[in-house]
Design a protein around this ligand. Structure first.
Ligand code: SF4
Length: 146
């Protein structure tokens, strides 16, 4: 199974924010630069994370992006499901539907495999993702205001 780039960018942002406890405030542009992705792409991912209640933006002096309480506790499996949406790993319908789409054992097997993929991520939290060696690398990334 392959994640969308959007989901990957959002997870990168969450991981960087998770290690920013002692760092200065981070703007979306900082996170984009640290993660080597275009600002507009990262901005869309951050907006989605805000809608999910995982990230909040504090305004004013000293403001910036930070993880919410939910963002710190959230299961990676839940987050990936939300970011990926309801889509299946294969497109069976559409303009030219596959003739098997109403009675396909492969489709059932792929759905089960997709569910197993998400379930395997359920026990993980964001804190697990930023344990060494990942966390120290994240802390060392440099952004615009660094
Ligand atoms: S063979 Fe099955 S899984 Fe593949 S496109 Fe057709 S219905 Fe979907």
């Amino acid at each position: 199974m392959r994640l969308t780039r959007f989901t990957d960018l959002a997870l990168r942002a969450v991981m960087r924010l998770a290690v920013n406890e002692q760092g200065g405030p981070l703007a979306t542009r900082d996170v984009a630069e640290m993660m080597s992705v275009p600002y507009t792409h990262m901005a869309k991912a951050i907006t989605r994370l805000q809608h999910l209640g995982v990230v909040e933006a504090r305004r004013g002096r000293g403001g910036g992006l930070e993880l919410t309480g939910l963002g710190r506790r959230v299961s990676v499996g839940w987050l990936v499901r939300e970011l990926e949406g309801e889509g299946e790993v294969v497109t069976c319908e559409g303009e030219q539907p596959c003739p098997l789409h109403g009675a396909c054992r492969l489709r059932r097997a792929l759905r089960d495999a997709q569910e197993a993929f998400y379930s395997s991520l359920e026990p993980l939290t964001v804190a697990d993702l930023v344990a060494p060696p990942t966390g120290p690398v994240l802390v060392g990334l440099v952004g615009r205001s660094s």
